[in-house]
Write a protein that binds this ligand. Structure first.
Ligand code: MTE
Ligand code: MO
Length: 319
């Protein structure tokens, strides 16, 4: 099917993209938001204050690990995005609709204690706290590009470890076909989760072979330090050949299953967001072209590359 491309993703104001994608008109949306903000404020008053570590307070394990040494196997074809730029323009719908406000809205998220459960079709289920996770796997730094489906892109140094190390340790059963990632569900800390029309918690999934690809990475840090909340502290996925929405943030559960699980964006709007979400300049989003992308910070416009430039690592998955 041939489509016309009148606007590019980055030319559409972000609130317009999201309000359209949730099938609500703007007035209903404003009402819902006003209502939910009020409710959050009330319920937050009743709660006992959570113990929140400032992001720059490192545990003993973290002090030993950060900064980790760079794995040179994944060189960039672009400059690294400045830390302040990448950390001030985020998609994290648990904390609202406007990318510029995620950084401050996410301050409420309590990231200690935090457990990551590995479960489902595995011989060795496990529950890790974050320090145990860091001690259990070979932590390294990798520079990866990240390409949002909205046609903006960054390049950042993640710290973390290969997802397949964790999966191997869990020992998947032979009938497991997909890996499911579940983000936290805490409306009292995340006002975006009062948006009742969205299928919270945020979930994502990969096929087991995608998850076992060497690129699939669980990130606990960025720019040589533990993740700040807006980037998905304390642990998030990084799958650089797929659109950014596959890289689920603030994960509490990794589950192996024998079916293709429903995921957040396709559930909201399956015509605009598909399950595989491989970066592809030839397949336009229904409302904009994917042939180019805008680099955050510099404003440079580049041609989109198939699999976001990671073809040599992942092309075998799709033969
Ligand atoms: N839990 C959760 N994970 C999420 C999202 C989200 O809204 N909630 N947004 C995704 C999208 S659309 C993108 S582009 C990336 C953005 O990651 P960054 O803010 O660290 O650059 O996070 C992804 N992971
Ligand atoms: Mo995105």
């Amino acid at each position: 099917m041939k489509r016309r491309h009148l606007v590019r993703g980055w030319e559409i104001p972000s609130n317009e993209i999201t309000s359209e994608s949730i099938f609500l008109n703007r007035r209903d949306f404003m009402k819902a938001t006003a209502w939910s903000v009020g409710t959050v404020a009330l319920s937050a008053c009743k709660e006992t204050p959570a113990v929140v570590l400032p992001p720059d307070t490192l545990s003993e394990t973290e002090k030993k690990i950060y900064p980790a040494s760079l794995n040179p196997a994944y060189p960039l074809d672009a400059e690294l995005t400045q830390e302040k730029i990448a950390g001030a323009y985020n998609n994290f719908f648990e904390f609202g609709e406007s990318k510029e406000n995620i950084q401050s809205n996410a301050r409420n998220l309590s990231i200690r204690p935090w457990t990551l459960e590995v479960c489902g079709l595995v011989d060795k289920p496990e529950i890790y706290d974050i320090d145990k996770l860091l001690r259990s796997f070979p932590v390294e730094e990798r520079t990866y590009r990240l390409r949002c489906v909205e046609a903006w892109a960054i390049a950042v140094p993640w710290t973390g470890f290969a997802l397949r190390e964790l999966l191997r340790r869990a020992s998947p059963k032979s009938n497991a076909t997909h890996v499911r990632f579940v983000s936290f569900y805490r409306p009292s800390q995340a006002m975006g989760q009062w948006a009742f029309w969205r299928p919270w918690p945020y979930t994502e999934a990969l096929t087991l072979s995608e998850a076992m690809n060497e690129l699939s990475f669980l990130a606990t840090g960025i720019y040589g330090r533990p993740l700040p909340r807006q980037h998905g502290a304390p642990v998030r996925l990084a799958v650089p050949w797929k659109y950014g929405y596959k890289s689920a943030k603030s994960i509490v559960k990794i589950e192996l299953v024998d079916y293709r699980p429903p995921t957040f964006w396709p559930m909201l709007n399956g015509l605009e967001y598909d399950f595989s979400a491989n970066v592809n300049p030839e397949i336009p989003h229904p409302r904009w072209s994917q042939s180019q992308e805008k680099i955050l910070g510099t404003g440079e416009v580049r041609d989109t590359r198939l699999y976001n430039g990671y073809e040599k690592f992942v092309a075998d998955l799709y033969k």
